[in-house]
Design a protein around this ligand. Structure first.
Ligand code: SAM
Length: 294
């Protein structure tokens, strides 16, 4: 798949106070018994239409506001860092209002003991952390994802970027969050797992169904969900992308709701989910893939 998000003209949503709960919305695709649902549309609009306190764990990989005309290196070739209109900065204040608005919408959806994970680089993560503080989330951990094989820095004027941060927070100060301590210790060879996770970027096999410019590795999402999901959780990703969170959720026996404003990424996710659960192949699209615009 090309960087199809380039074609999407929708700019990041202007910050608004999330509406308490809008009219229910039909997913673009759903698996039998609602085990997975994919919504095409703007995250704020869709999240506003979902029932309050209905989600156990959220993973969000929001726009990093990195698409500024710069260059990077992919597969040894010089290439543009532009990922699409959705990744362009609207200015510091407006970016922050956007982060605050979608985080508030996520907070409304979390169950009392539910938790949220948000990934980002320095371009966005401080705004996310500040918005979390403003909204009264309870900070749990800051994970550093270290990439052992990052692309080289072409300008040779900076250190090679080799990490991303992932903030983990509970809905509010009273939350009694779920943590699979023993499973994490076991996965770490019998000693407590630390907050630095060394994992490679997704390989070719994870891109067999199409390419997304910012796809996260499955190992990362599997660890996140394994650590924080009670059995049979409802998992949500408001910036679904290629659906990595959905694949990990389905693999671990949880239900999944994903939202993206690009129909190509909804279709890519549908293909990845069906590869996980071939019996879902004939689940019809509940409606044609139409864009929901705020
Ligand atoms: C950083 S990528 C997520 C990548 C994903 N974690 C994966 O593993 O493939 C962000 C995604 O959010 C989508 N997006 C950006 N702004 C959005 C918005 N306001 N509402 C819904 N989706 C949005 C983009 O189309 C893009 O696919």
């Amino acid at each position: 798949m090309q960087d199809s998000a380039q074609a999407v003209t929708t700019a990041p949503t202007k910050a608004t106070t999330p509406t308490p709960e809008a009219a229910p919305m039909t997913p673009a695709w759903s698996a039998p018994e609602g085990r997975a649902r994919l919504f095409l549309g703007d995250a704020l609009t869709v999240l506003g239409a979902l029932p309050a306190a209905s989600v156990d764990v959220i993973f969000a990989d929001p726009p990093y506001f990195l698409s500024n005309g710069g260059m990077t290196c992919r597969a040894g070739k010089r290439t543009s860092v532009d990922k699409g209109a959705w990744d362009r900065s609207q200015g510091v204040e407006q970016n922050h209002e956007f982060n605050r608005a979608w985080l508030a919408a996520c907070q409304r959806l979390l169950r009392p003991n539910g938790t949220i994970w948000v990934s980002g680089t320095g371009h966005v993560i401080y705004s996310v952390g500040y918005a979390m503080q403003q909204l009264g989330f309870k900070q749990l951990n800051e994970i550093v994802w270290e990439k052992p094989n990052p692309p080289p820095n072409l300008s040779c004027r900076y250190f090679t970027h080799a990490t991303e941060s992932i903030l983990w927070a509970a809905r509010d100060r009273k939350s009694k969050h779920h943590f699979e301590y023993n499973k994490m210790r076991q996965a770490n060879g019998g000693t407590q797992m630390k907050t630095v996770w060394r994992m490679t970027a997704p390989g070719k096999s994870e891109k067999a169904h199409g390419r997304h410019p910012t796809q996260k590795p499955l190992t990362l999402l599997e660890r996140i969900l394994l650590a924080s999901c009670p059995p049979g959780s409802a998992v949500l990703d408001p910036f679904n992308g290629s659906g990595t969170t959905g694949v990990a959720a389905v693999r671990l026996g949880h239900s999944y709701t994903g939202v993206d404003l690009d129909p190509e990424y909804i279709e890519l996710t549908r293909r990845r989910l069906i590869a996980e659960r071939p019996e879902w192949e004939h689940a019809a699209a509940t409606k044609p893939v139409l864009r929901v615009v705020a």
